[in-house]
Design a protein around this ligand. Structure first.
Ligand SMILES: [Zn+2]
Length: 479
């Protein structure tokens, strides 16, 4: 067969383009080729009308011409499979995928098959259209496989999702092995589905694996439900809310509970200071108090609130203990040892609530030992400021003289948080301990500070009273 100088596809593209008409560059090439479908070497030499420029282009500079032609065209889209087969206008063969290209200079349009388009690489936008098309094809194939997968177990179309929900919301923490078996089998089911959708595979084989996995999961599920039924009334069961909290705050403890068959014990309970959990056991904790003058009355944020009322505390005192400290030292035994009781000496790190009634209750309790060392604590009724009060004392002027003098009443302001901290340490202290603690404070005050006279103190009170009134005035809005 004779060698072709211009192929059929090239000829059609050339005839539909403008570049070839440039007489200065390509001579009479465009006009002469109008009667040809292809140009063979034989015909080229037989032809008498082609001029020298046209001959030079055909023999040696075809690339320049077709580069110019290529630049006239732009891809504007492609057919999808739904359109059916479309003929390529360059080679007349039917194609599943054709690209529509548009000539910017003369508005001609051509359908070019997916093979022919490769002969003219670099036509603008074609690569992008191909990419979009490929993505769409891939997406459609995935949709098809997703539906195929769903057909496997049509009666339980959301089986995997529902099983995951069931597991996520299971009411108690399960034993370690069962928990991990369920986790693994759910992972396998999900990855079976995901892999099939993404990459395909033998559907009968997929189906067989799916039902195998499902069978194992169903067995695990009934085992889990059975464990729940048997243990649901157990005091040491770890319910979902606590389990989730442990998982976030003490992951190792969460694991330790599972390894203990899903039950809490005195070691793991030490870390169960989740307030809702502690709150749910307050009655039980209260029943384990051996000192009958103390009782648990509720919660205040992360603190358990307690109160004490006895001959020392004629006015009840309210104090708190952090759930964390409580569970670590007391709570963990209350729930695991039926012979365990606790009292004042187990209540460490307590804090007295900063209220005026607590201040008064505490002052009332420490008054007798304080008076023995000539000290008092009082609170101003107007400004609520707190003071140490040094009571007048009779002292001899010297060892050798019988002459005595009386020291004046003295006042010293106390920072509120400091005095409550001090109180908190002494809630259960004996008179002697209180006396020693404040004697130390008194001697320190005598060494380091000047006591105010009653007049000086009253003046200061007046000033702060009027200041607070003035401040209140400043905030009164204009009527
Ligand atoms: Zn073609």
């Amino acid at each position: 067969m004779a060698k072709l100088l211009i192929r059929r596809d090239e000829m059609i593209l050339l005839k539909n383009s403008e570049a070839g008409k440039n007489f200065d560059l390509y001579g009479n090439l465009f006009a002469t080729l109008q009667t040809y479908d292809v140009l063979s070497e034989d015909e080229f030499y037989k032809n008498q009308t082609l001029d020298d420029k046209a001959r030079a282009v055909i023999l040696n500079n075809k690339k320049i011409l077709f580069d110019e032609i290529k630049n006239e065209w732009i891809g504007i889209g492609c057919n999808d499979e739904a359109t059916g087969e479309v003929r390529c206008q360059l080679c007349r063969t039917k194609n599943k995928l054709v690209f529509y290209i548009h000539n910017k200079l003369n508005d001609n349009e051509l359908n070019v098959g997916s093979e022919c388009i490769k002969k003219f690489p670099g036509i603008k936008n074609v690569a992008k259209i191909r990419r979009t098309y490929n993505e769409q094809q891939k997406y459609q194939a995935e949709v098809k496989r997703r539906i195929e997968f769903d057909e496997i177990d049509l009666a339980n179309i959301n089986y995997i999702k529902e099983a995951e929900e069931w597991f996520k919301n299971f009411r108690i923490l399960l034993p370690y092995k069962l928990f991990n078996d369920i986790k693994t089998i759910l992972y396998n089911l999900n990855s079976l589905k995901a892999t099939y959708i993404k990459s395909g595979g033998e559907i009968t084989h997929i189906k067989q694996q799916y039902f195998e996995f499902k069978g194992i999961l169903e067995k695990c599920k009934s085992e889990a439900e059975n464990i729940y039924e048997v243990n649901k009334g157990h005091i040491l069961i770890c319910r979902k809310e606590l389990a989730d909290w442990l998982n976030v705050n003490h992951h190792d403890i969460w694991e330790a509970v599972m390894k203990n068959g899903g039950l809490l014990n005195s070691e793991t309970l030490k870390y169960c200071y989740y307030t809702k959990f502690v709150q749910s056991h307050l009655k039980r904790f209260n029943a384990r108090i051996s000192d009958k003058d103390i009782s648990i009355i509720g919660m205040n944020g992360p603190l358990i609130r307690l109160t004490i009322k006895n001959s020392d505390y004629i006015y009840p005192l309210y104090f708190g203990i952090n759930c964390n400290v409580f569970m670590q030292n007391i709570g963990c035994y209350c729930l695991t040892n039926k012979n365990y009781y606790f009292g004042k000496k187990e209540l460490v790190n307590i804090s007295v609530e900063q209220t005026n009634s607590n201040f008064d209750a505490m002052c009332n309790r420490i008054m007798p030992p304080l008076e023995r060392i000539g000290l008092q604590i009082e609170r101003s009724r107007y400004t609520n400021e707190k003071y140490y009060v040094r009571l007048p004392q009779i002292t001899r002027t010297s060892k050798w003289s019988n002459r005595v003098e009386t020291t004046e009443l003295g006042y010293k302001k106390i920072a509120e948080s400091a005095i409550f901290t001090k109180f908190s340490d002494l809630v259960f202290a004996s008179d002697e301990e209180i006396e020693i603690a404040f004697a130390r404070i008194l001697s320190q005050l005598n060494r380091t500070t000047k006591w105010l006279t009653k007049d000086e103190k009253d003046k200061m009170e007046e000033i702060s009273k009027s200041l607070s009134i003035q401040q209140q005035r400043e905030f009164v809005p204009y009527a």
